[in-house]
Design a protein around this ligand. Structure first.
Ligand code: KIV
Ligand code: ZN
Length: 400
């Protein structure tokens, strides 16, 4: 692919760093109908996120409920790799609730937000521009001593006037926010528009080189991943995303798609992530299992069909050279190679190998224990799926 001159200079202008992955599966993701998670379900996902090596886990919204605060504290007590974050509206009670829930964390981030677009100011908040600016300055400063770092989001940033957006952003930076997140709250933007907005912020914000600009895109028009990647082209260095793309309404930017796009097209983007991509499929299955929501068959990167070839022409091409119809390897996202199909002829070694490839360390005794049930199941189906195997291993139900 040939780049335009502008694109070429964008890549050169980028410092040699990586894009931080801020996972919001446990906050924005669980806000979606059908994805609510109790503490033990959140713990399963948090462990999968730690194995993925995400930079930040947004573990919940502490003020939303005592249960959510408890889940954040449980995650903060056990998960020591990534920074743990809690969301707060821009008020002292929410911020204090986040600080309390985050107490056990090794590294704590408070993420606070307020609407800045005309619709949010007039219809929802009924506040003037000046009142909102005053609140940003006062409450971001209030949050700073209560944690290790503060992230500020002007909600509905995309539909906020640019001069007002920069005023809000500069006020948050002056008050001590070190990450500025630019939400496309309603999934309204386009790739060129968002790239241009990030370039504008990088050029005009106070101390722009000292803060991390972050993108948070919703998928109402199916453009969340494309818009997040365009934001990176414009200077964003944090992507907010969720496993399987779950989130409010049509969802958030999908973690697996954004990460694999950056990794597969490093030649184009010029920078990658710190994600262990081989843990992507196990994380996707874990979320599916604990929320009882299936992974769509045709889902990019993690769907059952993502690496499957049915038509003769494609099968011929792939047999001659995999790269004819595959731009990445199934194994690179932790999907066991298709050659290991579990059926009624499979033995204990294959069962164990497949379970381990899916991230489950199982003892020889455990294989002995589940093997009779495996054989019984295999007699009823042509192929035992990954979801069915995980159900046997964990005793948990998984939607296939
Ligand atoms: O979509 C959004 O605006 C949000 C904010 C709370 C960051 O989720
Ligand atoms: Zn959101």
């Amino acid at each position: 692919m040939t780049r335009t001159e502008t694109e070429e200079s964008d890549v050169k202008a980028k410092p040699a760093d990586h894009v931080k992955i801020f996972d919001t599966t446990l906050r924005d993701g669980e806000q979606a109908p059908g994805f609510s998670m109790a503490t033990d379900a959140k713990m399963v996902v948090a462990r999968a996120l730690e194995a993925l090596n995400v930079d930040i886990i947004e573990a919940g919204f502490a003020a939303a409920s005592p249960g959510d605060a408890a889940a954040i504290s449980a995650i903060a007590s056990e998960i020591k790799g990534p920074t743990i974050c809690s969301l707060s509206r821009l008020n002292d009670k929410d911020i204090e609730a986040s600080a309390k829930a985050l107490e056990p964390a090794r590294h704590k981030r408070i993420h606070t937000f307020i609407g800045t677009s005309p619709l949010h100011r007039d219809a929802k908040l009924k506040m003037t521009k000046d009142e909102i600016i005053e609140k940003i300055g006062r409450l971001v400063a209030f949050a700073v001593p209560l944690c290790d770092e503060v992230e500020f989001s002007p909600e509905d940033a995309i539909r906020t006037e640019r001069d007002y957006l920069i005023e809000a952003v500069n006020t948050a930076i002056e008050a001590g926010a070190t990450t500025i997140n630019i939400p496309d709250t309603v999934g309204y933007t386009t790739t060129e528009e968002i790239a241009d907005l990030f370039r504008f912020l990088k050029e005009n914000a106070k101390d722009a080189d000292k803060v991390t600009f972050s993108t948070h895109c919703h998928d109402d028009l199916g453009m969340a991943v494309a818009n997040s990647l365009a934001a990176v082209r414009g200077g964003a260095r944090q992507i907010e995303c969720a496993i399987n793309g779950i989130g409010e309404r049509a969802g958030n930017c999908s973690l697996e798609e954004a990460v694999m796009a950056l990794e597969t097209r490093k030649d184009f983007f010029g920078l990658g992530t710190q994600i262990d991509t081989t843990k992507i499929y196990p994380a996707s299955l874990a979320l599916s299992r604990v929320t009882h929501n299936p992974i769509p068959r045709n889902k990019a990167v993690v769907g059952k069909n993502a690496f499957a070839h049915e038509s003769g022409i494609h099968q011929h091409g792939v047999l001659a050279n995999k790269r004819t119809y595959e731009i990445m390897d199934a194994e690179s996202v932790g999907m066991p190679a298709n050659s290991i199909v579990l059926g009624k002829h499979s033995g204990k070694h294959a069962v164990r190998a497949r379970a381990e490839a899916l991230g489950f360390k199982i003892s020889p005794q455990k294989v002995e224990d589940i093997f009779p049930a495996f054989k019984k199941l295999a007699d009823t189906t042509r192929e035992v799926s990954d979801a069915q195997l995980i159900k046997l291993v964990t005793g948990n139900s998984v939607v296939d």
